[in-house]
Design a protein around this ligand. Structure first.
Ligand code: HEC
Ligand code: HEC
Length: 334
């Protein structure tokens, strides 16, 4: 009798576990879930975080990476195009730094191969932080708190710009946004999406948006023409990928942006000309696919896109060390 009961309960346990395992079966889709960041060197990430929030890396002493890539919102400045040193306006919209580690290359035209290479650009760009690298390093070297921290991470007394960009990149690699509702659905949770959101995803997939927007970042895997079937009229002077390759065929080719966190990263496109997600989806449908969506269709795609927002990293504000008497002082009007 006892033995039989045990057998029965084993059979019951098996019977119950099978449908549960089925329910949690990951779906095979053109979009894959974002995995949480694996931190191998926490001290380097912490140093990179400080540098990301460090306004003394700018000539004005006011602008940090976080000024234009605000991690409290969507990793962007939400301006049409970015404003930098002395209120100069740049030619393009700031892309999000969230999930940017997942992209094939950095910048709209892909001119930086990776995050480390990218981070060297904005510090010295006159329309961004306007700080020569030699001066940026001199500032850090004059701050005992930084000298000690660089020594801890890199084992050297002398700070280099290479270490600065390496640490910033290590921090940026942790800026992923896993566990969105869409990812929970991808992992097998049938209840994670509403009917409208699911219909929006089906439309996104079936009408061909996934040809360009796919992979874990829902973009970032290739350079594509903006205006495949209809030219895109823009006031921005930038030419896209052609600036890197010099090829005429690459004019108006841009890195396909990630659609992760897109709910937060308005306005849209390289020139920031589309104010709302509805507008961006309408333009994409017409210019890239030759398809005029109804309002209802646009609303469902937008509803789907909002399910791509994952968990933003919960950061504690980094505590930056004070300058010393020898630290070169900022010059906001230079
Ligand atoms: C004045 C505003 C501003 C500041 C300051 C700034 N950025 Fe940016 N960032 C931009 C803009 C605009 C772009 C797009 C430029 C382009 O593609 O030509 C960009 C692009 C990027 C990208 C590429 C993202 C992608 O998807 O291609 C990364 C990564 C990035 N910035 C990180 C940083 C870091 C790190 C710092 C600090 C060292 C920084 N930014 C400072 C405005 C800024
Ligand atoms: C042929 C490739 C291609 C197809 C198909 C495509 N896109 Fe895009 N998408 C792009 C490129 C390239 C950009 C950047 C264009 C620019 O900034 O000038 C972009 C930008 C976007 C943006 C703005 C993102 C941002 O951060 O600025 C959204 C939203 C978007 N696409 C949604 C869609 C939707 C929805 C569809 C289907 C209706 C779609 N895309 C189809 C290539 C494509």
């Amino acid at each position: 009798m006892m033995v039989k009961n045990i057998r029965l309960s084993v059979i019951w346990a098996l019977a119950l576990s099978v449908p549960m395992a089925w329910a949690a079966k990951p779906r095979s889709e053109p979009i894959q879930p974002i995995e949480p960041a694996k931190v191998t060197n926490p001290a380097k990430v912490e140093l990179g975080k400080k540098l990301f929030f460090e306004p003394r890396l700018s000539m004005s002493g006011l602008i940090s990476c976080n000024t234009c890539h605000n991690l409290s919102i969507g990793g962007t400045d939400n301006l049409r195009t970015s404003i930098g040193h002395k209120w100069k306006d740049g030619p393009v919209n700031a892309p999000t730094v969230f999930n940017s580690s997942l992209a094939v290359a950095q910048f709209w035209d892909g001119r930086a191969a990776n995050l480390k290479e990218q981070a060297a650009g904005p510090i010295q760009a006159d329309i961004e932080m306007n700080m020569p690298h030699t001066l940026a390093v001199a500032v850090l070297q004059s701050i005992p708190g930084y000298v000690a921290e660089f020594k801890k991470v890199y084992g050297k007394d002398k700070i280099t710009i290479d270490m600065v960009t390496d640490a910033i990149a290590a921090f940026e690699e942790t800026l992923v946004t896993p566990n969105s509702r869409f990812d929970r659905w991808l992992k097998g949770d049938d209840k994670a999406l509403t009917k409208q959101e699911l219909a929006g995803y089906k439309l996104f997939k079936d009408s061909g948006c996934v040809a360009c927007h796919h992979g874990p970042a829902v973009g970032g895997t290739s350079f594509q023409k903006m205006g495949v079937l209809e030219p895109y009229a823009s006031k921005s002077p930038v030419v896209g990928r052609a600036a890197v390759t010099g090829k005429d065929a690459d004019r108006m080719n841009f890195k396909v942006p990630t659609l992760r966190m897109v709910e937060y990263t308005y306005p849209y496109f390289h020139d920031g000309a589309a104010a709302t997600l509805e507008e961006a989806v309408d333009i994409m449908g017409r210019l890239q696919l030759g398809r005029k969506y109804s309002k209802e269709e646009i609303d469902s795609i937008v509803a789907f896109l909002k399910t791509l927002s994952g968990e933003r990293p919960r950061l504690t504000l980094p505590l930056l060390p004070p300058s010393s008497n020898d630290t070169p002082r900022p010059d906001p009007f230079k």
